[in-house]
Design a protein around this ligand. Structure first.
Ligand code: FCB
Length: 475
């Protein structure tokens, strides 16, 4: 009876064929998952010192009144989480260190917290998981906030001092640093729409905060390079090292591609949301007209802003010297943009499947955003530092990750006359469910479910195994 045997062999055959036809990424490619300190650690170590602590404890700010007080208790359970990352077959984890825990008051650093992170990253390395560490992911110390946050004139220097301290103390364990996670989200949520600390709603404050974040990235990168000099190789087969800026980059397409107003508005949104800050941070160039046009085009009142004066603070570009070793791309979704005569453009979710957070699931965007980023930052290696889908039932995630990685193949290896892009890593958000900012614990991005009612038990979702197989096929 040949038939049943053949049937049995079919899945194996499919796997072998997949593995044969899938391109090989080489040993240095970073296959990872991402988490961030505030979203997983819990309060131990000094979480009360974060700007988000009072914000979370004020009713109405976080869905269901959730707080990050316990989160996933990663502070104590990191060995379990690393073991899961290892089982998935990854070779790196992207996480962050909590500024508010390391520097609870200005210039005073906590030795206990440093020792904690040393133990954590040592274990990571022992397990064959290369640490990629972001220095600021979402939260700042309360003392920093009460001195004016990103509006204080010495804010960039404060951040650079902290960054230098961390790299002096942890630099023997890590040589892949991200300065700031998603600066535009910090500016937009904290200073323009006010849905995050410090809850300001002022276009002027937003522009000033943005410029200080740009300067903070530039100063911190210079400080890190003094401690840990890096030469970036243009050879993707060599290990990536050095300092990156991690950007939230999504796709904004015109709602009606035949309507020039929608087309122009989508371009403005893209310029503002994706490129203005990273270009200023990396190249030291900020075009006052573009910034003014983007803000005004997005319906913000900009009459009292002196764009030229602000841009002067940034414009220091020395040709050939980008202030970064790699660019981080956090890509999640695609939105359609419609011009609206009443002011603010409309953000429309395209037809098709959406995640639990209402965002469109659009894996083809992986290739598009990597190509767009490579055009803006030629010759700089890229890393996909976050990508994922809010999907508690894990119904879309298995296919999402397969599709996403097939578009990553297309970007990294080129096709149909399109050149290969220098992408050095892919990090899936997230290793586990976690505290998803304003959405609390309701939104689930994890390859591993956290059972919040059952002592925070970790239960890998089916996609964890799919990702494992996808990584194996590319090795
Ligand atoms: C990104 C954030 C990350 C996480 C994901 C879902 O914008 O960087 O912390 O919340 O969204």
């Amino acid at each position: 009876m040949v038939f049943p045997r053949l049937l049995l062999a079919l899945p194996l055959l499919a796997l072998t064929l997949e593995s044969q036809s899938t391109p090989k990424y080489g040993a240095e490619f970073l296959w990872g998952t991402a988490i961030s300190a505030h979203q997983v650690e819990g309060l131990t170590g000094g979480g009360q010192n974060a700007d988000w602590y009072p914000f979370e404890h004020t009713p109405g700010n976080i869905l269901n009144g959730d707080t990050a007080d316990v989160a996933t208790d990663h502070w104590h359970r990191y060995p379990t989480d690393f073991a899961i990352a290892k089982e998935i077959g990854t070779n790196t984890i992207r996480t962050s260190v909590a500024w508010e825990k390391i520097e609870p008051s200005p210039g005073a650093f906590s030795e206990d917290v440093i020792q904690h992170y040393r133990a954590e990253f040592e274990l990571m390395k022992t397990m064959g998981l290369r640490p990629m560490i972001t220095l600021m992911h979402g939260t700042v110390p309360l003392w920093f906030e009460s001195r004016g946050g990103w509006l204080a004139s010495d804010a960039p220097q404060q951040f650079a001092n902290y960054a230098a301290y961390v790299v002096r103390r942890l630099g023997d364990l890590c040589d892949l640093w991200g300065t700031i996670n998603e600066p535009l989200v910090l500016v937009g949520d904290g200073y323009l729409t006010g849905i995050a600390p410090p809850q300001l709603r002022s276009p002027l404050a937003a522009v000033e905060a943005a410029i200080n974040l740009v300067l903070a990235h530039r100063l911190a990168t210079a400080a890190i390079h003094e401690i840990q000099p890096t030469t970036v190789s243009d050879r993707p087969d060599l290990p990536l090292r050095g300092v990156g800026l991690v950007n939230g980059l999504d796709l904004f397409d015109p709602y009606d591609p035949d309507n020039p107003l929608d087309v122009i508005t989508a371009e403005l949104v893209t310029e503002f949301e994706n490129w203005l800050i990273p270009q200023a941070a990396v190249y030291g160039t900020l075009e006052p007209k573009t910034l003014a046009a983007a803000l005004a085009g997005l319906g913000h009142h900009t009459g009292n802003i002196n764009f030229h004066r602000l841009a002067e603070k940034v414009n220091t570009f020395i040709p050939g010297n980008p202030v970064v070793d790699w660019i981080g791309v956090n890509y999640y979704t695609r939105t359609l943009i419609q011009f609206d005569f009443t002011g603010l453009p409309k953000f429309i979710v395209p037809a098709g499947p959406t995640g639990d957070d209402g965002h469109a699931i659009y894996p083809a965007g992986t290739e598009r955003i990597l190509r767009d980023t490579a055009k803006r930052f030629p010759l700089i290696p890229l890393v996909m530092t976050e990508n994922g889908v809010a999907d508690a039932k894990d119904q879309y995630r298995p296919q999402f990750i397969r599709d996403t990685l097939s578009y990553l193949d297309k970007a990294r290896f080129g096709h149909d006359g399109l050149p290969p892009i220098d992408v050095r890593g892919y990090y899936h958000w997230s290793l586990t469910d976690n505290f998803e900012w304003q959405s609390g614990y309701a939104i689930r991005f994890g390859l591993t479910a956290i059972e919040y009612d059952q002592d925070l038990e970790r239960l890998p979702r089916p996609t964890a195994e799919v990702y494992h197989q996808q990584i194996l096929a590319r090795q």
